[in-house]
Design a protein around this ligand. Structure first.
Ligand code: SF4
Ligand code: SF4
Length: 330
């Protein structure tokens, strides 16, 4: 018996992947707090756990509200009634979510003790749970708007934008983009030979990287707030102009197999004194933590780099997508 996969099934499957990624990223926001706090002991973990119970209830209510908006919007869009009616639904949905989440956030900020008395939270976790809920409760408004905006974007099948929004929330929460999240951006590709890896995650009006690449490897297009993407058909020559031109220091040049088992990462470097070729140190990741040992293989500057130095380090092949800073050994 052969299994027939209809185009409709394939479409549903492709649509579900970004939604799965979005839900995973939403879950990570709360779990990441618990992970980060784990080294403060079991009372701190219990406090975060209690706080997250309350937040989960708030998120379920917000998600239910956003589901109602999604149902109404998809009904209207499916019936071809886009325009004024859809705008009204979006306006009402976002306003109701904003007002509700503002009031809940205010309550959690001012009176979390009431909730934890009702939940009979153990004494050793009580103070921590109140403090944590005050901190995250103060951001419920942001969470409400985020959930509602995701629902609206999803209704219009703008799924790539939903994932970008989810990653941005994690970026706000953790302060850096995780290794698995960075792979979802159009500027991050894996190629043979030297090529740019663009870790630009915000839709800001900016495009010097596109102009800097005379080989046409980087595309932003007419919409200046689009994320930079890589043109896989254009060949990068490793000139470094894109790295030096990015004021966000978001561009790296990556090349695997420069020698057996080792690759190179080129990054902008603004610290003095400059390291020297042959220096040994450590490579740090996007979170500023140790990744692996590293050796400086090149330091470049040029009038066109406008006082920016490009530092190239050699690291094991499996670290070229993780090593993003160089630190000289102490
Ligand atoms: S290194 Fe040079 S050729 Fe390669 S993407 Fe950057 S600007 Fe373009
Ligand atoms: S120059 Fe840097 S910050 Fe600006 S769009 Fe390009 S990669 Fe992003």
């Amino acid at each position: 018996m052969t299994l027939q996969v209809s185009p409709q099934t394939k479409r549903v499957f492709h649509l579900s992947l970004p939604i799965f990624a979005e839900l995973l990223l939403q879950l990570l926001v709360g779990n990441m707090d618990q992970f980060m706090i784990s080294h403060f002991g079991s009372a701190a973990v219990a406090a975060i756990g209690n706080g997250n119970q309350v937040m989960n209830v708030v998120i379920i209510v917000l998600t239910t509200m956003s589901t109602a908006a999604t149902i109404l919007l998809t009904q209207h869009i499916g019936a071809g009634r886009v325009g004024k009616e859809c705008s009204e639904i979006v306006t009402v949905a976002v306003t109701v979510s904003a007002v509700f989440s503002f009031l809940v956030g205010l309550f959690l900020l001012l009176e979390p003790e009431l909730v934890f008395h009702l939940l009979r939270t153990p004494e050793d976790a009580f103070v921590g749970a109140c403090l944590y809920t005050r901190i995250v409760g103060g951001t419920v408004l942001l969470q409400g708007l985020y959930i509602q905006l995701c629902a609206v974007l999803r209704s219009y099948t703008l799924l790539k934008e939903v994932v970008v929004l989810s990653v941005s929330m994690n970026l706000l929460n953790k302060g850096y983009v995780a290794d698995d999240e960075i792979e979802r951006f159009p500027g991050v590709t894996h190629q043979k030979g030297i090529h740019p890896v663009i870790e630009c995650t915000q839709n800001i009006p900016c495009n010097p990287c596109q102009d800097a690449c005379k080989k046409g490897c980087i595309r932003i297009g007419k919409n200046i707030t689009s994320l930079p993407a890589i043109d896989p058909d254009k060949k990068c020559i490793g000139c470094g102009m894109c790295v030096a031109s990015c004021s966000g220091q978001s561009i790296f040049l990556v090349e695997e197999d420069v020698e057996e088992g080792y690759g190179e990462v080129t990054m902008p470097y603004e610290f003095l004194p400059l390291p020297e070729v042959g220096d040994k140190g450590v490579a740090l990741g996007r979170n500023g933590k140790y990744v692996c040992e590293a050796e400086v293989t090149k330091i470049r500057t040029a009038p066109a780099f406008d006082h920016t130095y490009l530092l190239t380090i050699k690291v094991p092949n499996d670290m070229v997508m993780k090593a993003r800073f160089y630190k000289k050994e102490a």
